[in-house]
Design a protein around this ligand. Structure first.
Ligand code: NAD
Length: 485
């Protein structure tokens, strides 16, 4: 193993789990064993909750302007460690170094936003009747948990860490068991930035620890990012235990391409969106609906897809099982009459034969009832459907149960607005293949892509990570009893 066994991080120290159950951490790049990760138990969680609870009074009482000083330093330290973090992230996840570096840059942007929180959580005050004042304050919840997926080992943790902690909460994070290494490095950086022990804790594991988090009476709120199947389980279990919950799920994002779209720019965006991070992005373009005659644009999409080089400009997918699943989808679509224009099956990279690569794949003449049109593939595959009208394209987009993102490629502003108004997704792009809102705008989908109220990042996250305290005060005793006292 290249690295020592992964440890939990509790009360500012790396500690062994109470369990002996472990899983191997394998690099998707070349199949090299990297480490072993413990499958922690409820006992480990008890330790983490105890540490977080003990840290909460001092941390939550510290003024927010002081708390964010930790995140100014964290941002600087992330910048300093960015190359090393990008290497680690790429190694455990399989994405290219460039993609991993973009992920770290996004962590920095997320931290910048957290540093601006004092400006955004000022509360409200008003004299509501003579000498009587009402005031609201955003108060932290207490111990909160964050459960994260494999596809962004550093960025998705940073969707929650800086905001939840800067707002005065103490956090327990559960990284994906497939990519547990980056999060440990983040813990070291937070400590170096001056975060007091116990404010941030890590418990590694799988189903058992997630269930324990949803059930633990000491945890006030649970945020989850992952597949829709598990988002539903976590949302239901956490809320049935009366916790606040926000669970982001999977996606099937549709790009609508109109005949007036700029061919070169559209093709580059479609190819980049479907293949970036090997298609393992919840914002990846997975289905394209060509409206009218867009053959000239599809030709260019194929040209762009063929320029992408597995192992160089295209990373690996997370596991052997993932590669097999993606290839099964392609084969099934082909057997049902779809045409595979660019075929990424059976891709190997010289010198990295044990890596799990799928080449970029373009499938045309897909029918809306095929699995490749309906299900999340989570690989570098675009399924193209054809319609005669924009309304038919919208009907296909609206019928899919997810609702993370949708995009339209056109030069017609009126048509773009028509689609923005009617697409059933939380994040819409116009001539943008990956319409991720940048800070301070918040991130979050609709429908089966998100369960719970509000979004996970940006201003919206303030409502999730805090509760409102309303105080009514009267300092004019001479007023006696009036209608409100
Ligand atoms: P996943 O749902 O398999 O795992 C997510 C987390 O849940 C992991 O920490 C995992 O250990 C845990 N988990 C897995 N199975 C569980 C179970 N049965 N009970 C309790 N916990 C369980 O997701 P993944 O494969 O790690 O990530 C890919 C998925 O995440 C895709 O569907 C992708 O679209 C989605 N995702 C969504 C967003 C978003 O913003 N909506 C962002 C990133 C990823």
């Amino acid at each position: 193993m290249k690295y020592d066994p992964v440890l939990n991080y509790i009360n500012g120290k790396f500690v062994k789990s109470h369990t002996t159950r472990t899983l191997d951490v394998i690099s998707p790049i070349d199949g090299a064993p990297l480490s072993k990760v413990p499958m922690s138990s409820a006992l480990d969680l008890d330790d983490a909750v105890t540490a977080a609870k003990a840290a909460f009074p001092a941390w939550s009482k510290m003024p927010i302007k002081e708390r964010v000083q930790v995140f100014f330093r964290y941002k600087y330290l992330l910048e300093k460690a960015s190359k090393e973090l990008a290497d680690l992230c790429s190694e455990e996840n399989g994405k290219t170094y460039g993609e991993a570096m973009a992920e770290i840059e996004k962590c920095i942007e997320l931290t910048e936003f957290a540093c601006s929180l004092p400006q955004l959580v000022t509360g409200e005050v008003l004299e509501v009747s003579k000498g009587v004042e009402c005031r609201t304050e955003h108060v932290p919840l207490g111990v909160v948990a964050s459960i994260v997926p494999f596809n962004f080992p550093a960025m998705v943790p940073n969707w929650t860490i800086p905001n939840a902690i800067a707002l005065g909460n103490c956090m327990i994070i559960k990284p994906s068991e497939k990519v547990p290494l980056s999060c440990g490095r983040l813990a070291q950086i937070l400590k170096e930035a001056g975060l007091p022990d116990g404010v941030f804790n890590i418990v590694h594991g799988d189903v058992e620890i997630v269930e324990a988090i949803c059930d633990h009476p000491g945890i006030e709120a649970v945020s989850f990012v992952g597949s829709t199947k598990v988002a539903k389980i976590v949302y239901q279990r956490a809320t049935s235990n009366y916790k606040r919950a926000l669970a982001l799920g999977g996606a099937k994002n549709h790009l609508m391409v109109l005949p007036d779209a700029i061919p070169g720019m559209t093709a580059q965006n479609v190819a980049a969106s479907m293949s970036g991070c090997a298609g393992q992005r919840c914002m990846a373009a997975s289905a394209m609906v060509g409206v009218g005659n867009v053959d000239h644009i599809i030709d260019k999409i194929c040209e762009e897809a063929k320029k992408i080089v597995p192992g160089e400009t295209l990373g690996a997918v997370i596991s052997k099982e993932s590669k097999e699943r993606i290839e099964r989808y392609i084969t099934e679509a082909e057997s049902q009459g779809a045409k595979v224009l660019v075929d990424g099956r059976h891709t190997t990279v010289k010198g990295k034969e044990n890596g799990t690569y799928v080449g970029p794949t373009v499938i045309d003449y897909v029918k809306p009832d095929m699995s490749v049109a309906k299900e999340e593939i989570f690989g570098p595959v675009i399924s193209i459907m054809r319609t005669n009208t924009v309304d038919e394209a919208l009907a296909i987009e609206n019928a899919n149960p997810y609702g993370n993102a949708a995009s339209v490629f056109t030069q017609n502003g009126g048509m773009a607005r028509y689609i923005i108004d009617r697409a059933s997704a939380g994040m819409i792009g116009v001539n943008v293949g990956v319409p991720v809102p940048r800070e301070p705008f918040s991130f979050g989908g609709w429908n089966e892509s998100k369960f719970g109220v509000g979004d996970i990042t940006g201003k919206s996250s303030i409502e999730f990570w805090t509760k409102l305290k309303k105080s009514t005060t009267k300092w004019n005793p001479e007023a006696g009893i009036n209608w409100m006292s």
